[in-house]
Write a protein that binds this ligand. Structure first.
Ligand SMILES: [Ca+2]
Ligand SMILES: [Ca+2]
Length: 162
């Protein structure tokens, strides 16, 4: 009979993990949905692209706090879809993704290697993220408003290799 003890312990541990899994997966996904169709389009750029900077008009912000993704992030974004997707073919240049707006914005990028990047105030209140060795592939870009509850003001996303 003693052999039942460890088996029972394993069974109880398994049940505990199952309960945890159901409580940590509520309606709000753990990550912003980088697989969704981007709200303001997908752009294909290769190294040496022109014009540089390449600009896309978006509306910044959304209803979800970026702190849900990581505690050191801030601002509010559209959790349900990226604002812009970039399919990039690298060529040895650094790649900078930035945003410009009349209001204080933040930038979140999910890169092809699965890394989440955040910036708030690289240039005044405008954010930018510079990748010195950008990988090929799909970049997912969110422009957030630093303050939540300010609606979805206009902003420009830009890509540059300079
Ligand atoms: Ca994507
Ligand atoms: Ca900012």
């Amino acid at each position: 009979m003693s052999i039942l003890r460890p088996l029972r312990a394993v069974a109880l541990l398994g049940a505990g993990l199952a309960v945890c899994a159901t409580t940590v997966s509520p309606a709000t996904a753990a990550e912003p949905n980088w697989q969704a169709q981007p709200t303001y389009g997908t752009y294909n750029l290769g190294a040496g692209f022109s014009p540089d900077p390449y600009q896309v008009s978006v509306a910044a912000g959304g209803n979800t706090s970026a702190t849900n993704l990581r505690g050191d992030m801030s601002g509010c974004i559209n959790w349900g879809a990226p604002d812009v997707d970039l399919n990039y073919s690298a060529g040895g240049y650094p790649l900078t993704i930035g945003a410009q707006s009349g209001i204080d914005t933040v930038l979140i990028v999910y890169d092809p290697n699965g890394n989440w990047w955040f910036n708030d105030d690289a240039h005044g209140s405008n954010p930018a993220i510079r990748l010195n060795n950008p990988p090929n592939g799909n970049y997912n870009v969110w422009v957030g408003t630093y303050q939540c509850g300010v609606g979805t003001p206009g902003a420009t996303v830009y890509f540059t290799e300079r």
